[in-house]
Design a protein around this ligand. Structure first.
Ligand code: SF4
Length: 192
């Protein structure tokens, strides 16, 4: 059996209007805007809270623990990397404390733009912050939303644990894989 080896997905350059975005205080912390990565025409749009470290101290790209665990779960669920695009509520990586609600509100227009542009068949939201941002009026959390289909703005959607939570609590992996299987099965069935 070959050992699991995570892949560095190709990053998509941000559109000109976003590359120098000054929409929130993260503009002063970031190295660059991280628009997303993976297949730009993918049927599945994976949404997490914010980008983590992407380069080591020497500037070499690497796959962080979050993306490694995501890819491991995908492999277990039979979900191919070519089928996904990965992006974030915030397009800049925070390195210091910041006003989270203000930043999420400021950055939301970029996510809207992406969803309108890419028109994904399936949205896979990972982590409580994503659930609570997309469903702010409700007592929303992953526990209450995972394991079944939803429709966010008309897009068939599944929610699950953040890969970092799965990494910290391996007991969550089986639920994570169950949720990813829902997505893989719908995608394979071509229900777009
Ligand atoms: S996090 Fe979003 S709104 Fe804030 S500066 Fe970056 S791209 Fe702009």
């Amino acid at each position: 059996m070959t050992a699991f080896k995570p892949e560095i997905l190709r990053e998509e350059a941000p559109p000109a209007f976003a590359a120098q975005c000054q929409g929130c205080e993260l503009a002063r912390q970031r190295h660059r805007v991280v628009w997303g990565e993976g297949n730009q025409q993918a049927p599945i749009f994976i949404l997490m809270d914010n980008p983590g470290a992407r380069e080591d101290k020497e500037g070499h790209p690497f796959v962080c623990g979050t993306r490694e665990t995501l890819q491991l779960g995908m492999k277990e669920a039979g979900l191919e990397l070519s089928q996904v695009y990965v992006s974030y509520l915030l397009k800049c990586r925070p390195v210091r404390a910041y006003d989270k609600p203000l930043a999420r509100e400021a950055c939301f227009s970029h996510l809207r733009f992406q969803l309108e542009e890419k028109k994904p068949c399936i949205l896979l939201g990972l982590g409580n912050i994503v659930v609570q941002t997309l469903y702010p009026e409700q007592e929303a959390d992953v526990k209450g939303y995972r394991g079944r289909w939803h429709a966010y703005e008309g897009i068939p959607s599944v929610f699950s644990y953040h890969p970092l939570a799965v990494r910290r609590r391996p007991v969550l992996m089986k639920y994570f894989v169950q949720d990813l299987k829902l997505v893989a099965e719908r995608n394979k069935a071509g229900l777009c």
